[in-house]
Design a protein around this ligand. Structure first.
Ligand code: S3P
Length: 164
């Protein structure tokens, strides 16, 4: 069954949310953000969910969100949280999986202090180690890989559209 969904994966700060929002506009699709779904479901910000219940609980919520999306979404562009691939390795039943591949150097530039305040793992773990351990998961899960370094959003959208 072709659900016509596009799922963006990649590390924190790689631009998934901005790209998903712009791509959904361009294609006339819905825009979905898994972190927002989870925050609404729990009635709490991500950072508070981590602080109160821990990472394992958050990952369970990501799996629950995936199950809900699989049964509910059509014609949607989905921005996932950076660790979504840890919770659900097989994303393809939901749609085409696009890895936004931004180098660690660029990621670091984009994760400013304000942003890391909203991202518990950007603060509490060695970013390089986390980046390296995630990289293979993104590559393995992806149908399409977009090298996002030194590219503007329009160029990234063009590349995604051409590869769909
Ligand atoms: C996480 C990334 C965050 C958010 C949570 C955990 C991760 O999403 O889901 O803080 O494990 O990498 P963004 O990639 O949108 O920052």
């Amino acid at each position: 069954m072709n659900l016509n969904n596009i799922i963006l994966i990649g590390f924190m700060g790689c631009g998934k949310t901005s790209i998903a929002r712009a791509l959904s506009k361009r294609l006339g699709y819905y825009f979905i953000d898994t972190d927002v779904l989870i925050e609404n479901y729990e009635g709490k910000e991500i950072v508070k969910i981590f602080a109160k219940h821990g990472e394992g609980y958050f990952r369970d919520l990501e799996r629950l969100t995936f199950t809900w999306m699989k049964g509910s979404l059509l014609n949607s562009v989905v921005a996932t949280g950076g660790g979504f691939v840890k919770s659900v390795s097989e994303l393809s039943p939901l749609g085409k999986v696009v890895f936004i591949d931004l180098s660690l150097e660029e990621v670091k530039k984009r994760l400013d202090i304000k942003e890391t305040d909203k991202r518990p793992l950007a603060k509490s773990e060695d970013l390089k180690q986390l980046f390296q351990s995630r990289y293979r998961l993104y590559k393995d899960a992806a149908d399409i890989i977009i090298d996002a370094d030194e590219k503007g959003i329009e160029e990234i959208l063009d590349e995604i559209e051409a590869a769909l």
